[in-house]
Write a protein that binds this ligand. Structure first.
Ligand SMILES: Nc1ncnc2c1ncn2[C@@H]1O[C@H](COP(=O)(O)OP(=O)(O)OP(=O)(O)O)[C@@H](O)[C@H]1O
Length: 325
């Protein structure tokens, strides 16, 4: 059964420096549920990190309400909040000399008694977090000797060791290669599904958000969040709010953002897949019409045009360019 774990109602947030007040978010509403992976997307500077700061209790609520586990954020002590909420921030301070196990052990800080020593229960939680994130093979390595992806997993393990029902991560896949990006998101998905945790991820990576999240929240300047199942946002066209409509469009068939281009009129015969890539390459080269039919085939890849045969899109486009001149 899903539970509401963080609820924002008519929430307004901002920054105050001296007498000047800068409102960043106005009247936003959301519910974060247990057992779900939610991705928050929005343009630079729209207020995603500002929302996270408020959820972490570091920024006062200006208007409306913000509750964690049914209790107003204003009524939490930092230690109590840490037992409910584990946070992984972007480019955190990296104590290079620390080993992975030492870093993950820091996740137990909210539970330590005055002696500061880890109890058997704490050690078990650390070991389990290391195991769940599949980083046992690097547990004795120093953080400075790890790759970005390995280090990110170590920070996620620290958050897991914290054993909080809610995890919030600010751009956990930034700077990672494709495989690591998918691996990290897969790991977060497993954490939400298998452990019933509520995971909120801020990301600019639409592909990955569509692939892995249960819910997407779109943040736009001066508007309430647009929320829904990723697939619903695609089908309804709401996903297009993420980018300037005149330059980009979301290709619902391909499931990704594409640069808008002028309509092309090609007469092409061949499989749908080959036609797609042929048209894409032609449009990218600034070619929008052809005087004749093109035939394209695979095994071996060949393009037939005006009684000539080409073995690559590059040689085809080069010859068109010469012809065009
Ligand atoms: N400490 C601060 N004092 C005053 N204004 C701030 C402060 N931190 C952020 N802001 C402003 O608040 C707005 C939202 O910033 P925020 O960092 O929340 O955006 P973001 O959506 O997380 O952006 P990005 O995708 O670039 O990380 C910006 O206009 C920013 O300049």
């Amino acid at each position: 059964m899903r539970r509401e774990v963080i609820v924002g109602a008519n929430l307004s947030l901002g920054y105050q420096t001296g007498k000047s007040r800068k409102e960043v978010l106005q009247g936003i509403n959301f519910k974060l549920f247990s057992g779900q992976l939610t991705c928050l997307l929005g343009p630079n500077g729209v207020g995603k990190s500002t929302l996270i700061k408020a959820i972490m209790g570091r920024l006062p609520v200006w208007e409306g309400s913000l509750t964690v586990q049914g209790k107003s954020i204003n009524h939490f002590t930092q230690k109590e909040l840490a037992k409910n909420l584990a946070v992984v921030l972007t480019e955190p301070f990296i104590p290079g000399n620390m080993t992975v196990t030492q870093l993950v052990s820091l996740g137990r800080t909210p539970y330590l008694k005055w002696s500061g020593y880890l109890s058997d229960l704490d050690k078990k939680a650390v070991y389990k977090a290391i195991e769940d994130t599949k980083i046992a093979y690097i547990q004795h390595e120093r953080l400075s000797d790890l790759s970005d992806g390995q280090r990110q997993k170590a920070f996620i393990a620290r958050a897991l060791a914290q054993d909080a029902p809610i995890m919030v991560l600010d751009e956990p896949t930034a700077h990672l290669d494709l495989v690591n990006r998918y691996e990290i998101m897969q790991l977060l998905r497993e954490i939400s599904l298998q452990k019933g945790k509520s995971v909120l991820v801020i990301t600019h990576d639409l592909d990955i958000a569509l692939e892995s999240s249960d819910q997407i929240w779109l943040m736009n300047c001066g508007e309430d969040l647009v929320k829904g199942l990723p697939e619903d946002l695609v089908i309804s066209g709401k996903i297009n709010q993420l980018f300037p409509q005149e330059k980009f469009e979301f290709n619902t068939q391909r499931g990704r953002v594409e640069i808008k281009s002028q309509p092309a009129t090609f007469n092409v015969e061949g499989s749908q897949e080959l036609i797609f890539w042929l048209q894409k390459a032609l449009k990218k080269a600034g070619i929008y019409e052809l005087d004749g039919q093109v035939r394209v085939q695979n095994n071996p890849f060949s393009i037939f045009f005006m009684e000539k045969e080409f073995d690559s899109l590059e040689s085809f486009i080069d010859s068109l360019r010469v012809g065009i001149k």
